[in-house]
Each structure stands twice: as structure tokens, then as C-alpha cells.
Design a protein around this ligand. Structure first.
Ligand code: ADP
Length: 320
């Protein structure tokens, strides 16, 4: 099965005509309260696609926390190892303007309390999981502990990308680089993690792994992925699809052309789907093709979780 180690948030979304400037007060629409957090969202995405999923993390001790836990359980996510700590759950306050531009403040709440102890309590499920999937909205100590305990494939979505840490390469602790089996950054996160900046001169080398890629921009992204100290990398590229690096081999998996309505949660849908396919034994490129189809469907509907497709909606029983 898939074990997700990550955040649970209550998202409070307010639509405004224009985002406020510092010192300004604006009046917005009603407050929409939605279950969120990258960990919880990716767990829901995986569960909708038929994965057996457990979530390791923490919620608070209030009524909002109980509702978040119940919602996850209702999605079929095993919340038996979701800790309860005193205080509020994580919150995200999201302002969205008429042009869909947003401004987000995250208050970690209970997510900040996820540490080695919570992860150690789940050592057995982590050891038995086919795939352990983590993001960076819980403390690094918890992510590291999960990576050490992962018995199967450890997948890291390095979001949000951290600022550089001492002794680490490109923002991640050196030890973590050695434990990540598959890294799934978007283009911004890749920029933050790769030792190569986006303007490397080697993009037009006469012979090399990136020659099959159609544009100089994609070849540049490929070189950045190849420079990471992690042999398997999937870079998400929005409407373009994903770039898969497997060792020294690089391949573009294009996204199907769809009428995009709302891309919120596309990355979370992609990560959840990738984890499900990997847990079913699919090789990396095949898993990426499955996840690209799931993520494309998710952008044709509004909302993050509401838009996540079921296995039936994907119209195929097997990944790939
Ligand atoms: P994030 O939202 O984390 O920045 P991306 O924008 O790269 O991530 O989106 C994640 C994945 O969702 C993409 O790699 C792609 O597979 C899919 N996706 C995003 N936008 C579209 C789109 N407009 N059309 C089809 N697929 C999309």
C-alpha cells in the first residue's frame, strides 16, 4: 500500500475583486472552508484512484480537526496513525482574485508537531509500504525519519522547496538525497534544488541524453534534472506534461490537451496517482503516464479535492 507522510490543513478561501496591498483592507466574499494540505490532498488523490492509503501526520484537538479527520476517513484514507495534538490544525488562508491569482498564508498548527516520535510509532507500516510519499509541509526531521523507515520506494515531492541548509546540496539535507528514490519537483522547485541554474551553456551539446527533447527550454530543464544527486526525477511542467529522468535517460511525457478550468491541486493529484501506479509495480515512465492522465482530468474541474478523479473516471483499470 501507499503511506503518505505529510500535512493536513483547513483551507479558508476568500474571493476578492483584487488582492489587498500592504495596509489595505478589502471586502471579500463568503469564507469557503475546505480540507487541504499537501499530505492530505495527495492521500485523497491516491485513495480515489483505488490505492490502499494511510496518512501519517497530525491534526489538532478542536472540532475543525475532528471534521478534517472524518473527511479523510470518508475518502477511504486510513487515519488510524494521524496523531492528535493540543491546539488547532494547520490552516491556510487563501485569497483569490478575479483573475485566479492568489495569495496564501499557511499557519502550520498541528503539522509543526509531526516529529520523529510520530513517525517512529508508524515504523511498521512504513516498512511494509510499497511506496512512502512525503512533501515538505511537515518538519524535516519527520521526513528524514520516514525516509529511513521506508521499506519500499520513497517518493519526495519537495514542496514547498526549502532554503539551503548547512551541509546540504540544493536545499535538502545530504542524508535525504541518499534516501530519495523518486523526486517529484515542479519547475520552480527544480530551480531551487538543482546546482545548475536555468542558463547552462551545455543545452546544445552535440551528443547527449537530452537531444530528443523538442525545445531548448525543455533541454535546459533536463540538464537541471540530470544534475540532481538523485537518479529518478519527475519534473512537472503544467500543461506540457512531465519530464522523466531515469538514470541518464530523459523522456518527455506530454499532457493530454484539455480545457483547463482550475489547476489547483493538479500537482497533488499527480503525486498521489504516481504513488498508486508505482505501488502497483508500474515502472517509472508508465507510472508517469498514468499520473499525467489523472492530473489532466483534475484540471477540467474546479477545486483541489473535488476535482480529483476516481479510477473509474480515468476509464482504465490498469496504469500505463
Ligand atoms: P504544480 O501545480 O505543483 O505547480 P504543475 O502545474 O506542473 O504542478 O501541474 C502538475 C501536473 O498536472 C502537470 O505535470 C500536468 O501533468 C498536469 N497539468 C497541469 N496543468 C495542466 C493543463 N493545463 N493541462 C493538462 N495537464 C495539466
Amino acid at each position: 500500500r501507499v503511506v503518505v507522510v505529510g500535512s493536513v490543513n483547513l483551507d479558508q478561501v476568500i474571493e476578492v475583486a483584487a488582492l489587498p496591498r500592504p495596509g489595505e483592507t478589502v471586502t471579500g466574499g463568503p469564507v469557503l472552508r475546505l480540507g487541504g494540505g499537501k499530505g492530505a490532498n495527495q492521500a485523497v488523490a491516491a485513495a480515489r484512484l483505488g490505492g490502499a492509503v494511510a496518512l501519517i501526520g497530525a491534526v489538532g484537538s478542536d472540532a475543525d480537526s475532528a471534521a478534517l479527520r472524518a473527511e479523510l476517513a470518508g475518502e477511504g484514507v486510513d487515519v488510524g496513525r494521524l496523531a492528535e495534538v493540543p491546539g488547532p490544525p494547520g490552516h491556510a488562508v487563501v485569497l483569490v482574485d478575479a483573475g485566479a491569482e492568489n495569495c496564501i498564508v499557511v499557519s502550520p498548527g498541528a503539522n509543526a508537531a509531526v516529529g520523529e516520535a510520530e513517525v517512529a510509532a508508524a515504523r511498521e507500516v512504513l516498512g511494509a509500504a510499497a511506496v512512502v510519499l512525503a512533501q515538505l509541509e511537515v518538519p524535516m526531521a519527520a521526513v528524514l525519519a520516514a525516509a529511513r523507515s521506508a521499506g519500499g520506494t520513497f517518493v519526495l515531492n519537495p514542496a514547498p522547496v526549502p532554503v539551503s541548509v548547512p551541509g546540504g546540496a540544493g536545499g535538502l539535507p545530504g542524508e535525504l538525497w541518499g534516501l530519495v528514490d523518486v523526486l517529484v519537483p515542479n519547475r520552480t522547485e527544480l530551480e531551487g534544488l538543482s546546482p545548475l541554474d536555468g542558463s547552462v551553456g551545455s543545452v546544445d551539446e552535440p551528443v547527449g541524453p537530452v537531444n530528443g527533447l523538442p525545445t531548448p527550454e525543455l533541454r535546459r530543464v533536463a540538464w537541471q534534472a540530470l544534475a540532481l544527486p538523485c537518479p529518478r526525477v519527475v519534473v512537472t511542467l503544467g500543461a506540457e506534461g512531465v519530464l522523466v529522468r531515469d538514470g541518464s535517460f530523459v523522456e518527455l511525457v506530454p499532457a493530454p490537451k484539455v480545457a483547463a478550468v482550475d489547476t489547483t491541486g493538479a500537482g497533488d493529484t499527480f503525486c498521489g496517482a504516481l504513488a498508486v501506479a508505482l505501488a502497483e509495480g508500474e515502472p517509472l515512465a508508465g507510472a508517469a503516464r498514468f499520473a499525467v492522465r489523472a492530473a489532466a482530468l483534475s484540471v477540467t474541474r474546479t477545486g483541489a479535492r473535488t476535482a480529483m478523479p476516481t479510477r473509474a473516471a480515468l476509464g482504465s483499470a490498469a496504469p500505463g
